[in-house]
Ligand binder design. Structure first.
Ligand SMILES: Nc1ncnc2c1ncn2[C@@H]1O[C@H](COP(=O)(O)OP(=O)(O)OP(=O)(O)O)[C@@H](O)[C@H]1O
Length: 212
């Protein structure tokens, strides 16, 4: 399936300040786009606008060429969104957290699939440990395991590298590049340079007119 997410002349004001204005963006299959900018510049806000979670903005977002307000359910069916926090349930184990994610995403996966996904993010031996007893990086890895489990074309990842060690950062960069090579697309906010990702596209938010 081809993939097209487009923003036209987006403008968002918060507290009398333009986070972005005149922002044009296109994301197609095979793209990895990094959204960068200082704290408070509007990166998370932009991701939420592009996914239809925030609608009080000017301009238009199109999914597969159609206005997002009309086709949001189609976008959601193709979207894997990992938010700024790790988003794990503290008193559920790593495995239970994945089962819970899969239950709300509506995907049919086995415990074995979940175990394999946890293994892919380096959590072998931690499957049954309550998340509250895991480190910040390990909790983030539970969330990242969903990238191996939930098949979606569009990955929108808000600061996925937080608390991840150098080896994990390299593995995640490789995973993003592979997803794009297989025909997916990735929008990612991060302060990392993502130098390993060939053809990386970047959009910097600094309260100015922007295009990507
Ligand atoms: N619901 C809201 N109501 C009013 N202002 C908001 C709201 N959400 C965010 N803001 C403001 O919008 C600005 C951008 O916030 P946002 O979280 O998008 O920034 P960010 O670039 O992702 O920041 P960080 O790098 O710190 O995560 C901030 O100044 C914030 O205070």
């Amino acid at each position: 399936m081809s993939l097209s997410l487009e923003a036209r002349q987006l403008a968002c004001e918060r507290d009398g300040r333009w986070l972005f204005r005149g922002l044009d963006l296109t994301l197609n299959a095979g793209d990895v786009m990094r959204i960068e900018g200082p704290n408070g510049s509007g990166k998370t806000t932009l991701l939420k606008v592009l996914c239809g979670q925030i609608v009080d903005v000017e301009g238009e977002v199109l999914w597969q060429g159609e206005p997002l307000r009309r086709v949001r359910s189609e976008l959601l069916a193709n979207l894997l969104y990992l938010g700024h926090g790790a988003g794990v349930k503290a008193h559920l184990s790593a495995l239970e957290n994945l089962r819970w994610y899969q239950a709300i995403s509506g995907d049919q996966v086995s415990s074995r699939d979940c175990e394999l996904a946890l293994a892919r993010v380096g959590l072998v031996g931690f499957e049954e440990v309550p998340a509250i007893q895991l480190s910040a990086g390990q909790q983030r890895r539970i969330a990242l395991a969903r990238l191996h489990l939930t098949p979606r074309l569009l990955w929108v990842l808000d600061e996925p590298f937080i608390a991840i060690d150098a080896e994990g950062v390299a593995a995640l960069e490789q995973l993003l590049a592979e997803h794009a090579r297989r025909g997916g697309a990735v929008l990612v906010t991060t302060h990392h340079a993502l130098e390993r990702i060939e053809g990386l596209r970047s959009l910097r938010l600094a309260g100015e007119v922007a295009a990507a």
